[in-house]
Design a protein around this ligand. Structure first.
Ligand code: KG4
Ligand code: ZN
Length: 340
């Protein structure tokens, strides 16, 4: 059984092939030019997807040693994401499905992230906790089974990745800020500045990162002399390490509390920020104390990719799902994903 997956929700164009539950190809093309603008420019992203999508699908099929005629089902990300970008992948997927007479499975981007740990071994067991930390989302979800999700909490303002990107911008580190802050944090002292940790002790699973961002801003203002801020490399590294420590502290504390409260032993951390080495180290350390298991996808599966789309679609298809061509693109996450 061969599934072709397509992902084009933001600034990566990707196509992947899963055959009988095994990933055979995962081709990703990143639109690096957005860095020049300090963030993703939607119209430019859509155009780049249009240019890239067919060659990337061809490359994925070639790498998997298969061809259009051998695909049993095609899946594409439906949302949430940038509408123009989503439409490129979604309509390409539908066109393939119509022309080949095969099912089209629309895939929810967040759900695909939640299942990215299934691209590797060992795999989490249901029910597991899914911490989704990306540029657009911060969600803590109880994954009870394929298709059954309970939202425990989410951010009330900025997403974790968004906080990394905004602080990166403040520090002049370019876009996206996450990877560079992570790199510098490894050289810095995480205890040098005590930044705010909003909602740390709220006793629930809500997150807030906008106050932390503001606390970094105030710190930089205080450091400026006559409005001019000059930071040495070492000072910059210390700020990065302290900021990252604050984000990590909040995420890890809430995840451990959720595992305890809901008696869940497996934790999957997914989305771009799961690549953060400080977050990974802290999670593994705290999980080990409690004999919990932590699953973090490899980098190629943590940032946006079609492998997770193809894998989720494969699992759905295996359980009898046959999808629908009547699947619109959507920009925002809605409650419909969470029904108990
Ligand atoms: O999941 P993703 O690729 O795209 C979506 O937002 O859906 O996540 C991108 C986010 C960006 O905010 C980026 O700064 C962040 O993931 N990121 C990181 C790291 N690598 C990527 N944040 C912290 N540390 C990293 N190593
Ligand atoms: Zn994503």
């Amino acid at each position: 059984m061969t599934v072709l997956g397509i992902e084009s929700s933001c600034d990566e164009t990707s196509a992947a092939v899963v055959q009988d539950g095994t990933l055979c190809a995962n081709v990703i093309s990143s639109q690096h030019f957005h860095g020049e603008y300090g963030g993703v420019v939607p119209e430019l992203a859509s155009r780049a997807h249009l240019r890239a999508i067919l060659p990337i699908i061809d490359q994925a099929l070639a790498e998997a040693g298969t061809e259009y005629g051998e695909i049993d089902a095609v899946a594409a990300t439906q949302g949430p994401g940038l509408i123009g970008s989503l439409l490129v992948g979604l309509n390409t997927g539908k066109a393939i499905a119509i022309s080949r007479g095969i099912p089209f499975l629309p895939v929810h981007h967040i759900e695909a992230h939640l299942f990215s740990p299934f691209l590797q071994q060992p795999q989490p067991a249901f029910p597991y906790l899914g911490l989704v930390v990306s540029g657009g989302h911060t969600l803590l979800i109880e994954v009870r089974d394929l298709g059954t999700y309970r939202l425990l909490g989410s951010t009330i303002d900025d997403a974790a990745g968004e906080a990394f990107d905004k602080v990166g911008k403040m520090l002049g580190l370019g876009y996206p800020g996450g990877p560079e802050i992570d790199r510098r944090a490894r050289e810095g002292n995480p205890l040098s500045v005590r930044f705010a940790r909003p909602l740390l002790d709220s006793g629930d699973f809500r997150f807030s990162f906008s106050g932390l961002k503001t606390s970094v801003l105030y710190h930089l203002r205080d450091r400026a002399v006559d409005g001019v801020l000059e930071l040495s490399d070492a000072e910059l590294n210390d700020i990065c390490a302290s900021f990252q420590h604050a984000v990590t502290d909040v995420l890890v504390t809430k995840v451990m509390y959720a595992a305890e409260k809901h008696d869940i032993r497996d934790i999957a951390v997914v989305g771009g920020v799961s690549a953060n080495t400080g977050l990974q180290t802290a999670l593994h350390a705290e999980a080990a104390k409690r004999e919990l298991r932590v699953f973090v996808p490899d980098l190629a599966f943590s940032t946006d990719n079609a492998a997770m789309v193809a894998m989720l679609a494969f699992m759905q298809y295996s359980r009898g799902a046959r999808g629908t061509l009547n699947a619109p693109a959507f920009a925002r996450i809605s409650d419909t994903m969470f029904h108990e």
